[in-house]
Design a protein around this ligand. Structure first.
Ligand SMILES: Nc1nc2c(ncn2[C@@H]2O[C@H](COP(=O)(O)OP(=O)(O)OP(=O)(O)O)[C@@H](O)[C@H]2O)c(=O)[nH]1
Length: 922
């Protein structure tokens, strides 16, 4: 059984959440919020507790209110516009003034306590069944009402003692609801309960009261009015109610009640008729027809069926009303919208208010009642929205947005029977000059040209070779940077990475980068130890070095395949292809050619003669000429396809790279391409993406940074914190790596995905972007390209000179305590072109400002080969012989540093200032 939540219980008890929470706390039951679930025994305890407390105060209240004030007064208040007070507190009002007056001694009315519920349909059931006890009570208690009362009580649910004034209330409530146009919706919601009302009708008005539950108050007041007025024409009343079935019912009830009353009436002037009068002033009278229809509906629903109201009486009444109505101008019928409102996973307060046909202020007030402080633009989740809607007597439905984009991007599970082996897609990576291009060329030349017309191959970004009757697709853009750039765009096209390591050079920084990039993408690696033709080649050394990076080759007992090759001498190429096929086989690379194509754009350009041209790697399905496709924000129909050998083809199977013509625009490398059967849908999705792209360009979203790390952790968005560390020496990296990994908590695991000695470069940033990693530089700086890329990719580069500070910052960031008051801003870079020694001053650097500017009071850092070798202050800054306050980009200057003379030609002097950062409260 589902546990009861605090707000549900509060609603049941008809008290506000806060009060209940306080009560629970005082009883030693710990709850965090209104959404907290309660144990059954706790619920029982509190019920017990409130069984007494709540009732009493309420009764008192009700009595006081009602008794003290004549119905009119109540009415008056209502009319003055209290209308939509917090339902939490209203219940008393809703009891209906008239009723109370008449029966001062009546016991607490549970009905009202249950009101919130009553706004929900389930109530109906509750009410129906317990008429018997009521009768008794009525007989005893109510002089006035007679039968009418009885039924009311019944509705209320047996437990309640009879109310004499039942008439008064119900009407009032109801009318209130009707009275306000705004209430229409609620009424709709309330309609669910017609049963209640009906029973009320049988008795007279009472039902109304019940029904309205939440709406009650306004109604109550009206009820009061009615009472005063005596029985105005039913027609009027109805018109007042105009909108809905309620009106009808009321009419019906009114009569019934009257019938029942007979003599009673005199006692209670309040009772039935008032609604009509109230209605009169209001222009919105429901035409008779409407009423008739509504009633029919009720009858259909069976809600009236159990109402003991004599239908014949009702009908008579109705007729009477109709006549009257015919005389009076028919107001526009108010349509009651019974449908639940559609709410998505989240909805803004504003939107919710609109859907509820309430003002945002009303919704915000309700939220406050739940202890939620929200602004108009703030989003609330579906559960909260449901809660709020129920406060207004409206139901919600979870709207599962039909996401057209998701529709076209959905990858239906392929029937295993349809799956066939597809060629592996291979990317070549490695350090500069280790022979990536040579290897690609060698493979292409040896394996592609044979048998091809003229041996001419088309450069389309990828090509296929055949080995032992099996195809292999090579992505023709060597380098892990390109690979990661593609991955950063969400595209995963590579099945196998070939890591080229020159046998005469060994594992170099970019080899390590490539390893880490491939690992981060979870792609199997085959090592091609190249240049083995060279006399200085030392493949064993390469294998040994690889073990430092967790790549243990088979010879050394590991599982990494290493193939000695020579791109130049064409040695080992067959073996390499063999191994590629082997790995492919192990990984069972399969695709279903019998479905619409799906692939990735490898490159794209605008060709003068041919228009937008895109090279696409088909990854699943088959792409045909004539297919409608969407690639990123571009759609089109494939007009022509050209394969990697320059031949026009009609179809492209999985793992085939093809150039396609016919797109409306140039897509981007990395865009996912899908063939879509519905052209209109394709157009819509492309349009939507184009729009979104524009919006995104406007508010380029920042990647994760130390500053917002805690927020992401709290929101559960990150479970792992990938970190890239670049440092001046290997020792620092090791120290940092150890210390950082120790910071892992249960919530977040710190994962050092890449580290290296030297300046922070472009590929580091690219990797950070692809892996949403944090970049830490220890005694190193980002190079120009890295800085630019970091800016565009919104990657935060964190630079330090003290290990303790790195650890401290990450730790603080993870716990939300990071509070850097200062931020360093680099204002310029100066290149040292010449150095002079001056006996008194020391070394003077003849410099050129390459970027930004340098100011006399700026902090400076001397950077040599990307590594910070000194940080300090300027001793002097001169333009020719004059002291200068600042020197801008493109100008020369003379610089002497304070207590530092080891400046060399080629050094870069970075000028920076420290800005105070005003931290925002989170
Ligand atoms: N002796 C020898 N030289 C090779 C071999 N493979 C490549 N080279 C030479 O190594 C140099 C670099 O080769 P590339 O193919 O340009 O290397 P790369 O890795 O593509 O270089 P970048 O594109 O700059 O990253 C060239 O001069 C090649 O001729 C080989 O197997 N043996």
């Amino acid at each position: 059984m589902a546990k009861k939540r605090v707000h549900e219980l509060a609603k049941e008890l008809n008290i506000d959440n806060k009060e209940l929470i306080n009560k629970l706390t005082s009883m030693g039951i710990n709850v965090k919020s209104h959404m907290s679930a309660l144990e059954d025994n706790d619920v029982q305890k509190i019920m017990k507790e409130y069984g007494k407390k709540i009732n009493q105060p309420k009764v008192d209240k009700g009595d006081t209110t009602n008794i003290g004030k004549p119905n009119e007064q109540n009415r008056g208040q209502v009319m003055e516009g209290k209308k939509e007070k917090d339902q939490f507190f209203k219940p008393d009002n809703s009891k209906g003034p008239g009723l109370v007056d008449r029966v001062p001694n009546r016991p607490p009315d549970r009905r009202y306590e249950d009101k919130p519920k009553s706004s929900q349909r389930p109530h109906q059931e509750a009410r129906g069944p317990k008429p018997a006890p009521v009768h008794k009570e009525n007989a005893a208690a109510s002089n006035n009402v007679g039968t009418a009362q009885t039924s009311v009580q019944n509705n209320q649910g047996g437990a309640r003692p009879p109310r004499n004034n039942a008439h008064g209330r119900p009407y009032g409530d109801r009318q209130g609801g009707q009275g306000k146009p705004a209430n229409v919706n609620r009424q709709g919601a309330a309609q669910g309960r017609p049963g209640d009302r009906q029973s009320g009708q049988g008795q007279g008005k009472p039902p109304y009261g019940e029904r309205q539950g939440g709406q009650n108050r306004p109604g109550d007041r009206q009820g009061g009015q009615v009472g005063q007025q005596g029985k105005p024409a039913y027609g009027d009343r109805q018109s007042g109610q105009g909108r809905a079935p309620y009106g009808d019912r009321q009419g019906g009830q009114g009569r019934a009640a009257q019938g029942g009353r007979g003599g009673t009436r005199s006692t209670a002037p309040v009772i039935p008729k008032p609604p009509e009068q109230i209605a009169q002033p209001k222009p919105t009278k429901a035409p008779d027809k409407t009423k008739g229809d509504r009633r029919k509906n009720y009858e259909k629903d069976g809600k009236w069926a159990d109402g003991q109201i004599e239908k014949s009486k009702l009908n008579k009444h109705r007729q009477g009303k109709n006549k009257k109505k015919a005389e009076t101008p028919a107001p526009a019928p108010v349509i009651v919208d019974k449908r639940p409102i559609q709410v998505g996973e989240t909805i803004t307060v504003q939107e919710l208010a609109e859907k509820l046909k309430k003002t945002a202020a009303e919704v915000i007030k309700k939220l406050l009642g739940l202890g939620i402080l929200a602004t108009i633009n703030q989003e609330v989740d579906f559960d909260t929205a449901t809660l709020i809607a129920s406060e207004f007597g409206i139901e919600t439905e979870l709207k599962v947005a039909v996401d057209k984009e998701a529709m076209i991007m959905a990858e239906p599970e392929d029937d295993p029977a349809q799956m066939v082996i597809r060629p592996p897609v291979v990317t070549i990576m490695g350090h500069v000059d280790h022979g990536k291009t040579s290897l690609l060329d060698a493979i292409r030349e040896t394996n592609v040209t044979a048998g091809e017309a003229g041996g001419i191959t088309q450069h389309i970004g990828a090509y296929q070779v055949e080995h032992n009757g099996k195809k292999i697709t090579f992505v023709d853009t060597p380098g892990h940077a390109a690979f990661t750039a593609m991955r950063a765009r969400g595209a995963k096209i590579t099945d196998i990475a070939i890591l080229v390591v020159a046998a005469d050079d060994g594992v170099m920084p970019q080899t390590v980068e490539a390893i880490n990039h491939a690992k981060a993408a979870d792609v199997p690696i085959i090592v091609a130890i190249n240049k083995i033709d060279k006399p200085t080649a030392n493949p064993e050394k390469v294998k040994q070095e690889l073990t430092h990076h967790d790549l243990v080759v088979e010879d050394w007992g590991g599982d990494v395949i290493a193939v000695p090759v020579s791109a130049k001498a064409r040695i080992g190429l067959e073996n390499l292809l063999e191994m590629i096929l082997l790995v492919a086989e192990v990984h069972e690379l399969k695709a279903n050619p019998n479905r619409p194509a799906r692939g990735t754009v490898i490159e794209a350009e605008l060709d003068k003669g041919r228009g937008p041209v895109a090279t696409v790697l088909v990854q699943n399905g088959t792409l045909h000429v004539g297919d409608t496709i969407v690639a990123g924000h571009v759609m089109g129909r494939v007009r022509a396809m050209i394969d990697d050998k320059g031949r026009r083809v009609k179809k492209a199977l999985p793992s085939t790279p093809v150039e396609i013509l016919g797109l409306s625009d140039v897509p981007e490398a990395g865009d996912i391409m899908v063939a879509v059967e519905d052209e209109k849908l394709a157009r819509e999705v492309a349009e939507k993406r184009k729009q979104r792209k524009k919006e995104e360009a406007l508010k380029a979203s920042a990647k994760i940074s130390l500053d917002d790390l805690f927020k992401h952790i709290q929101e559960g968005q990150i479970k792992e914190l990938p970190i890239i560390v670049k440092a001046d020496v290997q020792g620092s990296i090791e120290a940092l790596a150890q210390a950082l990994e120790k910071l892992s908590t249960d919530e977040v695991k710190v994962n050092l995905i890449h580290s290296g000695v030297g300046a922070i470069n472009e590929t580091d940033i690219m990797l950070a972007s692809a892996s949403n990693a944090i970049v830490i530089g220890f005694n190193v700086r980002p190079d120009v390209n890295a800085r630019k890329l970091a800016e565009t990719e919104k990657i935060d580069i964190n630079l330090y000179r003290v290990i303790y500070e790195v650890i401290d910052d990450v730790k603080k960031a993870m716990s939300g305590l990071l509070d850097p008051e200062f931020k360093e801003v680099v204002i310029g870079h100066v290149e040292v072109r010449k150095t002079f020694k001056a006996s008194k001053i020391g070394t003077i650097a003849g410099c050129y400002v390459t970027e930004g500017k340098i100011t006399r009071d700026a902090g400076v850092r001397v950077i040599r080969d990307g590594i910070v070798i000194h940080e300090g202050k300027l001793d002097s800054l001169k333009r020719f012989k004059d002291d200068a306050k600042e020197v801008a980009q493109g100008y020369e200057c003379g610089i002497a540093l304070e207590r530092y003379n080891d400046i060399q030609e080629g050094d870069i002097i970075e000028a920076f200032i420290i800005e105070t950062v005003k931290r925002e409260l989170k």
